[in-house]
Design a protein around this ligand. Structure first.
Ligand code: NAI
Length: 246
């Protein structure tokens, strides 16, 4: 097989870290804040992915604490943040039947179901591009605190960083991105480079087979429709608070 064909085949096989499950791929493609699902019947329903994530986290905590069954009120209290038990019951009813009226939800079953819907039932390999202050902090958080996410590749342009090793990962020169990334099976790319180069890095990550981008550079990225992008903007989040205080 030619190098070009092998690279293309690897890119397809590794696009999401492992052979993708149908459902997970769909979820990754629809990482909008609100996920809208059409039902054959006339109604459409809206489920908030961030809310499902909070339920999953709350239920995992409960499982660790030894809780086998949890009512929606107990889950709401565990999550906090003004979460209502009515909202929880409504959201979870869209995913199937997991509890008995008055008795609560089977925690283990629900954790499994939510993990599957959120694509958290398997490990994800992540590439970070830009390993300065932010990239380093994000990498450290993910590697040490989030067991589902593994930093499998790091790229930077700084000769002082390139060639050094971080938690067993060798930091590579950004010029090697297209050559190395398809072999490393990273489904998600984190962009933590200066804004001026962020679009170019995004294009290259996508060309190398990455299907989802978490962008921290203050720039709106333009990518193919099949690629999921989330841009995190700390200043915009803070402005919600400054607005509240004003
Ligand atoms: P930094 O200067 O500490 O790190 C940037 C890194 O990118 C450096 O290691 C640099 O060598 C590398 N780099 C530059 N050009 C590159 C290229 N073409 N390919 C690969 N690596 C390259 O900056 P910091 O503070 O880590 O910020 C990184 C980005 O994140 C900036 O765009 C900044 O505006 C943004 N940022 C966003 C925040 C948010 O809330 N979304 C918060 C803090 C920073």
């Amino acid at each position: 097989m030619s190098q070009a064909r092998r690279t293309r085949a690897n890119t397809r096989a590794h696009r999401n870290g492992k052979a993708p499950r149908k459902g997970a791929l769909k979820a990754a493609k629809t990482l909008s804040r609100e996920q809208v699902t059409e039902r054959p019947a006339e109604r459409s329903l809206v489920i908030s992915i961030p809310r499902l994530f909070l339920y999953h986290r709350g239920l995992e905590d409960a499982l660790r604490a030894g809780d086998k069954v949890l009512t929606s009120q107990e889950l709401a209290a565990r999550i906090g943040r003004g979460m209502s038990s009515t909202q929880i019951r409504k959201d979870l009813s869209y995913l199937g039947s997991f509890g008995r009226r008055g008795q609560g939800y089977d925690v283990a079953v629900l954790v499994k179901k939510l993990a599957c819907v959120l694509g958290l039932d398997r490990d994800w390999r992540i590439a970070i591009v830009g390993f300065g202050n932010l990239g380093h902090a994000l990498g450290t958080f993910l590697e040490l605190r989030e067991e589902k996410f593994h930093i499998a590749a790091i790229f930077d342009s700084d000769p002082q960083l390139v060639g050094t090793t971080w938690h067993g990962v060798t930091i590579r020169d950004e010029t090697e991105l297209e050559a190395l990334l398809p072999e490393l099976g990273c489904g998600i790319g984190i962009i933590a480079v200066p804004a001026s180069v962020a679009q170019r890095i995004a294009d290259r990550l996508v060309r190398a087979g990455v299907g989802a981008l978490l962008n921290f550079a203050p720039v709106n990225l333009s990518v193919d429709a099949g690629v999921a992008v989330r841009t995190i903007d700390l200043a915009s989040e803070l402005s919600l608070l400054t607005h509240h205080l004003s």
